[in-house]
Design a protein around this ligand. Structure first.
Ligand code: EPU
Length: 421
């Protein structure tokens, strides 16, 4: 297991490029199960969740070649419709193979994803909606066993807007018989990109980017290529690194339109944001950041995946603010670790009340999940002394060599390997 050693207090400067979006690739990759042939996906991030999805798809018979961000998925040899526990337990997004396998092959056996680091993450919406499309779904020995001669179009209203359920359903409905209407569909950019990709494969989808999707099933889909969007959460994490260290940096981020809510919150905190073509600049030099409340919500609101990073930033702001997570109400496992660095944060229900403090002091801290790790790294960049962030395998799931990007900007951050971390 690796850890980071971060000597805090260094100013950042310069320009870094944002990598491809993990959560978008994790949907684009299983979408290829719907066709037979060679699909090329550009701008795929080199992160461990992508390697996990590659292993799973390879297990299903997909030939995967991944080089320098270009992923080629040849689906001609698919010969297995079963996703075993060993793959799914590592990554909940593995459940994305359910919709396409069931729809194309009439059968899928997928291990049930368990809870996650910060609490329950159910998949009832995925299962109920597939049932409404005519699937027979049984749960046996920790597995979802789904069967259907041919899925049939249905009207599905999600009580909660769900990224994963919308993606799974959209894939399933693309090869179903008749029309599927999804109301209260997720509108996240990763879902919009998936819908556009399916259309490029020959799917018929109306209402892309809106909460009402109309999908007319078709008999066959064809291989297609796609250039993945950039990762809005990596973009936000890098901007927070600048803000928390009172620095000025630029990020190359052509998809900044996906990120307006967070950019606006940075401005509210007193940081200057400017956009010039594909480049977003943040100027937080000598900034005494203002405390700014945040309420996470579905897109285009403030993303839950930026909640922990924002809390780290606010721990050094000038007043008191409240960060509320309305998507994942338990996602505050990292708070005791930030408090060990000297932050003053109290969690009640799904809110953290953050009293800004003048400085953070280095300590050993433990990552508990992906975004939690990011918040600890950010705090470490600002803390006095050498902060050790342990268990950074969480971070490696979703950030492409973040230490190299931060080092290029002038941070003092080193990776060390060792069994005891
Ligand atoms: N929900 C249900 N039932 C379901 C599905 C979801 O009640 O069947 C609830 C969840 O418990 C949650 C809400 O609906 O309260 C939204 O969950 P959603 O289904 O949208 O989340 P997801 O698809 O499992 C994706 C991202 C997450 C991100 C969420 C929210 C991927 C691979 N994962 O998860 O990303 O937090 O959307 O935006 O796309 C991360 O990258 O760190 C991460 C966790």
């Amino acid at each position: 297991m690796d850890k980071f050693l971060i000597t805090g207090g260094k100013k950042l400067s310069g320009t870094v490029k944002v990598s491809g979006a993990k959560n978008s690739s994790l949907a684009l990759m299983p979408a290829t199960l719907l066709n037979s042939g060679s699909n090329i996906q550009f701008n795929t991030p080199e992160v461990n969740d992508i390697y996990t999805m590659i292993k799973l798809l390879t297990h299903l018979g997909v030939e995967c070649v991944f080089e320098n961000g270009t992923l080629t998925l040849n689906t001609k040899g698919i010969n297995n419709q079963e996703a075993p526990y060993e793959h799914v337990k590592k990554m909940r997004a593995s459940v994305y193979v359910l919709g396409p396998l069931l729809s194309r092959y009439g059968y899928a056996k997928v291990s049930l994803p368990g809870g996650c680091a910060w609490g329950p993450r159910p998949i009832n919406l995925h299962l109920e909606s597939l049932k409404k499309m005519g699937a027979d779904i049984q749960l046996e020995e920790g597995y979802i066993i789904a069967k259907a001669n041919k899925l049939k179009g249905a009207h599905i209203n999600f009580d909660i807007s769900s990224v994963g359920a919308t993606g799974n359903l959209m894939m399933a409905a693309s090869l179903a018989k008749g029309e599927t209407i999804i109301t209260n569909a997720a509108m996240e950019p990763e879902i919009t990109q998936l819908a556009e990709y399916l259309v490029n494969m020959g799917a018929k989808i109306n209402g892309i980017g809106t909460p009402i999707l109309e999908i007319e099933g078709t008999d066959e889909l064809y291989p297609a290529n796609v250039k993945n969007i950039c990762d809005r959460i990596e973009a936000g994490t890098l901007l927070t690194a600048a803000a928390i260290t009172k620095s000025k940096i630029k990020i190359v981020y052509p998809d900044y339109k996906h990120f307006r809510a967070v950019l606006s919150k940075f401005e509210d905190s007193g940081a200057k944001i400017t956009i010039d073509k594909d480049v977003v600049s943040i100027d937080a030099e000598n900034l005494e950041a203002l405390s700014v409340d945040v309420n996470t919500s579905i897109y285009p609101g403030f993303p839950t995946d930026m909640q922990a990073q924002w809390t780290a930033y606010m721990s050094l702001a000038g007043g008191i603010c409240k960060v509320t997570d309305n998507i994942y109400t338990d996602r505050f496992n990292y708070v005791p670790e930030l408090n060990r660095l000297g932050a003053d944060i109290q969690v009640t229900n799904n809110s953290a009340v953050i009293k800004g403090t003048k400085k953070l002091r280095a300590a050993k801290v433990m990552s508990t999940d992906l975004r939690a790790s990011a918040s600890l790294v950010l705090a470490g960049l600002a803390a006095e002394g050498v902060t050790e962030v342990l268990r950074i395998y969480h971070l490696d799931r979703g950030y492409q060599r973040i230490e190299e990007k931060l080092s290029a900007l002038g941070a003092d951050i080193k990776r060390e390997s060792g069994a005891e971390f």
